[in-house]
Design a protein around this ligand. Structure first.
Ligand SMILES: Cc1cc2nc3c(=O)[nH]c(=O)nc-3n(C[C@H](O)[C@H](O)[C@H](O)COP(=O)(O)OP(=O)(O)OC[C@H]3O[C@@H](n4cnc5c(N)ncnc54)[C@H](O)[C@@H]3O)c2cc1C
Length: 753
């Protein structure tokens, strides 16, 4: 069975709206129509050995794509890289066999260095090949075998060769490759000197960013192929897409491919804006999108079983192209030290600049990765609040006791209104949108503020607001808002974890009272709380999800017992026992039997809970440590291994941050993101676990010294993170639960076998 690229819908783009302008949207649609007609699987397979598609080239020239991002004075349309990217993404998805990115970047380079002659030829429809690699000697260059102009870079010289050059080579993925020297025989020097260096660096970054966009398009297309095939293909009497082993891998990739698109657009946007993060983002996007395109294509091939290897199937084209496209620059791992240098080396942008970005805001025209000024102002206020109220004693006490709550700090947060930052002002909230709420939480997490209590109180308060009785709203809610009353969550039980609806704790009606018997596991904050928000089974005969009722039980009710539980990460939690606990009916929240929907009611006001701040603080903390010179004067940062690890994890977390902000952005414009929040949590927490382990390896035996010991390296951050990170992939819905949501709701995969 061959899967035809022409049938591919780009509907994913609508769901992941990145605030294209109407013009960008129109361009993307026009490019999609053109490529569906001119660059489908059959055509690519047929022409791949030649490596070039003349008809497609004529069509893209007719559309003006290769030179649209040149100034009008140079024969272009004055378009931005972001405009061009809208078409390049489609080009990548359809494996276009034309030098679109190469010609666009070469043209901008020639314009930047004032090479009017060759530039005029490109403006008239000539095609260029661009030698981007810094490798010495003859190196494979895409489309050099068919180009009208081959542009090369030799140190700080730019040269142009008229017509194809180099030795044509059959390659892994066609692309009309020829092996070209940095200064080929017969090439003319069109610019030279130190000033050219900046233009050349910029050109390489534009190539990185646009190739990243193309790779993001490829990655999405190849994942679509794999998903479609898996839904179609039956084994053991069921679609193979129903196997959990495949679903979970698809779910991981769905998140990583979405992140690829966000990173790629962030990079082109940053270059367009001359944002100080542009070079960093270009390198990150280049590395991530190449990596993810390879992963997605490799997995899609695997899902095709033996058939994927047959040349008549498209998926093998994706595998070869994904690999080949990134190798044109050189060994992809070489990009990692570049990322580290651009993030933390001399002249790197400040931390403020690096984090001053959000996904496109709905209020502004087009894509804009900056926060709105009022959001920046809110963030500054939050930072000032943290500086004023969060002392090192509070943080140290929380780590030492494992109780991630401090009454004084909690009350200060409440006084400032932060407990209800997202609630409407009419009900006592600050009316902040989801982006502001996300920033508030990330600032608190990054500062290691102990906010378990804040999270739980906020969630219970929001539920009472939606489902509570008038009495609960008048009595308990104001005290929660004032920071006087604390709650804990009584959901989990010995036999009810991920499957919360399986709770067995019983509540039996007795006159005006309910009598509760049972046991709850992991009742964090129970030892500080005034109330437990407790899910109990009130009707054992009803279907599992319908026999549950929620209660707000005062913790001083006779019959409640608390046993502390110490954990690997240092957090204290508890087991709570309920033995004939008698509460009046007024402690019920919601109708009898409605416990399941009450449990989810708080989602209306819930901020996205994925915690990016903590893992980011880990990576930044290690980077700080790595830049301090040791006794022998060398810095850990000078070692390749350290740079690679830091670069990898800062990029994984940038992917997570953009996914998190995308979910917030969707909420801010009135949508209820479900899959997007799961993607963010999955990406961030899984990266946190792997980062903690890898960075501990980097520290070696010195890293084993525990947090709290004065000899601990990097303040014991890594040692603690290694113990703590794992739990973030369990609570709040484990990674497997998130994958189920993403696979089912996000990719429409069938019920599992
Ligand atoms: C420090 C800490 C604090 C906590 N605080 C609270 C709290 O305050 N209140 C509260 O009610 N609970 C709390 N929890 C409990 C937490 O919500 C549960 O641990 C979580 O829901 C997972 O349940 P479980 O531990 O029983 O694991 P299980 O559900 O038994 O899961 C075990 C493993 O099986 C996997 N698994 C489960 N279902 C599937 C599936 N369908 N497909 C594939 N794999 C699956 C899981 O991903 C996991 O890897 C806390 C837990 C910890 C560790």
């Amino acid at each position: 069975m061959a899967y035809d690229l022409t049938t591919r819908q780009i509907s994913e783009q609508e769901r992941m709206d990145l605030s294209f302008t109407p013009d960008q949207e129109a361009l993307r649609e026009a490019a999609a129509r053109l490529y569906a007609k001119e660059s489908h699987g059959e055509r690519v397979r047929e022409l791949e050995p030649d490596g070039f598609d003349p008809a497609l080239w004529s069509a893209v020239v007719d559309m003006g794509l290769p030179t649209m991002a040149l100034p009008e004075a140079d024969g272009g349309a004055g378009a931005s890289l972001t405009d061009l990217a809208a078409a390049v993404e489609v080009h990548g998805a359809h494996l276009g066999l034309v030098p679109l990115v190469e010609t666009a970047v070469a043209a901008r380079l020639l314009a930047a260095v004032g090479a009017a002659g060759p530039l005029a030829r490109l403006a008239e429809g000539a095609r260029a090949s661009l030698r981007v690699t810094e490798a010495p000697g003859a190196a494979p260059v895409a489309f050099a075998a068919v180009a009208d102009l081959v542009v090369t870079i030799d140190g700080d010289r730019v040269l142009v060769h008229d017509g194809p050059c180099g030795t044509p080579r059959a390659t892994l993925a066609g692309l009309a490759v020829a092996a070209v020297d940095p200064a080929p025989d017969g090439a003319e020097e069109v610019a030279a000197g130190p000033a050219v260096g900046a233009a050349v660096d910029r050109a390489r970054d534009e190539w990185r960013a646009l190739t990243a966009v193309a790779q993001a398009g490829l990655a999405r297309a190849t994942l679509d192929l794999g998903v479609a095939y898996a839904k179609d293909r039956h084994q053991f009497g069921v679609p193979i897409a129903s196997f959990q082993a495949l679903q979970h891998r698809f779910a991981d990739l769905h998140a990583r491919v979405d992140a690829a698109r966000l990173l790629a657009y962030e990079a082109v946007w940053a270059l367009d804006e001359d944002d100080p993060t542009g070079p960093l983002r270009a390198a990150q996007a280049g590395w991530w999108c190449g990596e993810v395109a390879e992963e997605a294509a490799g997995f899609s091939l695997h899902v095709h079983g033996g058939y994927g290897f047959m040349l008549e199937y498209d998926v093998q084209l994706h595998v070869r192209r994904a690999k080949a496209a990134r190798l044109l620059l050189g060994d992809p791992r070489r990009e990692l030290p570049r990322i580290a240098e651009r993030r933390w080396g001399d002249g790197a942008p400040t931390t403020e600049e690096v984090t001053a970005a959000a996904t496109a805001r709905p209020t502004r025209a087009g894509m804009d990765f900056r926060f709105a000024p009022e959001t920046e102002q809110f963030r500054a206020e939050v930072r000032a609040f943290i500086a004023e109220h969060l002392t090192s004693e509070i943080v140290e006490r929380a780590f030492a006791t494992g109780t991630m709550h401090d009454w004084g700090f909690h009350q200060a947060l409440c006084e400032r209104g932060y407990l209800a930052s997202g609630w409407p002002t009419e009900v006592g909230g600050l009316g902040r949108d989801a982006i502001d709420q996300t920033l508030l939480m990330q600032e608190l997490y990054a500062a290691e503020a102990p906010i378990d209590g804040l999270n739980i109180a906020s969630m219970v308060g929001a539920t009472l607001l939606v489902c509570g009785t008038d009495e609960q709203k008048q009595d308990v809610l104001p005290r929660i808002l004032a920071g006087e009353v604390m709650c804990c969550l009584g959901y989990s039980e010995p036999d009810a974890g991920s499957d919360v609806a399986a709770v067995a704790t019983r509540a039996v009606r007795d006159g005006d009272d309910w009598v509760i018997d049972g046991q709850k596991m992991f009742t964090t904050m129970a030892h500080e709380a005034h109330y437990v928000f407790l899910l109990a089974r009130t009707d054992p005969e009803a279907p599992k999800h319908k026999g549950l009722t929620m209660f707000l039980v005062p913790m001083d009710t006779p019959g409640i017992e608390i046993t502390p539980v110490a954990t690997m990460g240092g957090e204290r939690t508890n087991i709570t026992f309920y033995d004939g606990v008698r509460v009046p009916d007024r402690h019920r929240v919601g109708e009898p039997g409605a416990g399941w929907s009450v449990m989810h009611a708080a989602l209306v006001y819930e901020r996205n809970s994925a915690n990016w701040g903590e893992p980011d603080a880990l990576v930044e903390g290690v980077a700080r440590w790595a830049r301090q010179p040791g006794p022998d004067g060398t810095r850990p940062f000078d070692y390749l291994r350290v740079q690679e690890a830091l670069a990898r994890w800062t990029t994984e977390l940038e992917a997570g941050r953009l996914l998190l902000l995308r979910a917030a952005w969707l909420s801010a414009r009135g949508e209820m993101p479900q899959v997007e929040g799961s993607m963010a949590k999955l990406q961030i927490t899984e990266a946190f676990v792997r980062a903690a382990s890898d960075l501990l390896d980097v520290l070696g035996p010195h890293g084993l010294v525990r947090l709290g010991d004065p000899a601990a390296v990097a303040d014991g951050l890594v040692e603690h993170a290694f113990r703590h990170a794992v739990v973030t992939t369990i609570y709040g819905g484990s990674s497997e639960v998130q994958r189920e949501i993403i696979a089912g709701r996000g990719l429409g995969l069938p019920r599992q076998r």
